[in-house]
Design a protein around this ligand. Sequence first.
Ligand code: SF4
Length: 371
Amino acid sequence: MRSSRSKDQADVEAVMKKGRVLLAAPRGCCAGVDRAVSAVERALELHGAPVYVRKQIVHNSYVVAALQKRGAVFVEETDEVPEGAVVVLSAHGVAPAVRAHARQRGLRVIDATCPLVTKVHREAGRFADAGYDVLLIGQPGHDEVAGTLGQVPGRIHLVSGPGNVAAVKVRDPAKVAWLSQTTLSVDEALATASALRERFPQLLDPPSDDICFAAQNRQAAVKRIAAESGLVVVVGSVNSHNSTRLVEVAREAGAPAHLVDHAGEIDESWLGCVETVGVTSGASAPEILVQDVLAWLGERGFDRVEQIWATQENVSFALPRELGRQYRASQTMAHAVPAGERLTEREGLVVEPADPGVISGAGQSLTGGVA
Ligand code: SF4
C-alpha cells in the first residue's frame, strides 16, 4: 500500500516537473514610471514628509502603498494640499488649469508627467493652434486622457472606439487630426483611426507615434509568449490601462489571460492541464511582484523559466526640472548622494538616479529585473 502511494506521489511529481514558464521581456516598470517614482523619493529626501502627490503617482497599488509608508500623501486634487506644501503631479499628466490652480495656492509643484505624455500635449496644442479639431482615441475617465483633454478644451474630443465615431461632432470635417492615449494597444488605436478616416477622409495622423515605446514593447513581448502559453499571467493593477491592454493582447493571441496585483491573487484552478504559463507585467508593476509570481509557480512545478525577448529597451528620463536643480544643489552641499532611507530592494523600488538634466539612453529600469 505504502509503495503504491509513493509511486502515485512520484507520478504526480513527475507531471508537476513538466511545467514551463515563458517570461516576457521587456516587461514591468518603464522609464516614465521610474522617473515619477524617483521624483517622489527625491522630494521626500529633499523636503521631508509629508510630500503630497496628486492622484496615484503611477497606477500600481503596491508602489502607492510603499510610497505612503515613506511619507507620501496621495490626494485627488490640489485643493486638498496645504498652502505652500510640496506636491508632485503624477506621470499621467494634468490639464494646464491644474498647474495654474496649484500656482495660485502657492504650492511647490514637481511635475512628474512622463515626457511622452507631454509630447502628446504639445501635439494637441499645435493642432488646435492651426485650427484643427483633435480627436483623442482613449479610455474615458483615465487620468492621462483627462489631462490631454484639458490641454485644448473645446477643440479636442474623446473617441473611445470605432463604435463611438458616428457621434463625434467637429467644426470642420476637413480640419481634423487624431491623437491617442500613450498606453493603448497599437491594433486598437489603428482600428479606431481607420474608422475615423472613413468618416473624415482628410484626417491627419499624429506627427509621430503616440503609443509609447514601452507600451508597444510590452505588447510585442506578450504576443510572443501568448502564442506558446496555455495561460498568461499579467502582473499589474486593475486601474493600470497598459496592464489591462496586455491581458487583451494575450487573449487576442489565443491564450487565456488574467490580471493579478500579486501572486496571492492567482487562482490555482487556472493551471488545470496547462504545461506552459506566460508571465509578464505592466509598465507600472515592480519586478519584485513578478519574482513572487515565479516563486509561486515554481512551488507548483513550473520551475523552468525561459525569458523571451521581443526587443531590448534601454531608455531613462531625467528627473523633473524643478527637482533636478534642487537635487544637484543638495549633492553639491553634501558632496554625496543623500543617504536617506530609500525604498528597499524587497519593495522593488530602488532606482539609480538618472543624471538630472539629460535624457539618457543608458539608464536602469525601476526594478532592473529584465536583464
Ligand atoms: S507607459 Fe509610456 S507614456 Fe506611460 S509612463 Fe511609461 S514611458 Fe511614459
